[in-house]
Write a protein that binds this ligand. Structure first.
Ligand code: FES
Length: 151
């Protein structure tokens, strides 16, 4: 298996992995970064969302080799200084979760949105977040959290 170097949360990490292994599997099973969740494994739910060069990407559909040389940010990288980001704090304040399985993917997708659009309209939030599924149906609180983070 090739030795790959991945830049994750600001650190270069070495990992041995087949080139076509999904980034999600590498994060969770080889690097113990389990904040990124396995939902469907087919690009349908958004639970596995990470940032790659600032864009929200499905790590279940991203071969690890495609992430080499790019900046990967997982949910573990958001509060690296011990302080929640605005998006994370807003999700807490709005209680924008029930079981919370989708939350890390939601937070990563919302983080990517606010990086490119600091004041999204409700419609823009819904459009950007539509690929992230919450099986508990907490969508109104998720929208409120993103609006709070943008406020
Ligand atoms: Fe990747 Fe569902 S686990 S989109």
């Amino acid at each position: 298996m090739p030795d790959l170097t991945l830049n994750i949360n600001g650190k270069d990490l070495k990992v041995s992995s087949p080139n076509d292994e999904p980034l999600l599997s590498v994060l969770r099973n080889r690097l113990d970064l389990t904040g990124t969740k396995y939902g469907c494994g087919e690009g349908q739910c958004g639970a596995c969302t990470v940032l790659i060069n600032g864009r929200a990407m499905r790590s279940c559909l991203t071969p690890v080799s495609a992430a080499v040389g790019k900046k990967i940010v997982t949910v573990e990288g958001l509060a690296a200084d011990g302080k929640l980001t605005k998006v994370q704090q807003a999700f807490v304040d709005e209680e924008a979760f029930q079981c919370a399985y989708c939350t890390s993917g939601m937070v990563m997708a919302a983080t990517a949105l606010l990086a490119i659009n600091a004041k999204p309209s409700e419609e823009e939030i819904i459009r950007h977040m539509e690929g992230n599924v919450c099986r508990c149906g907490t969508y109104p609180r998720i929208i409120a959290a993103i609006q709070r983070a943008a406020g």
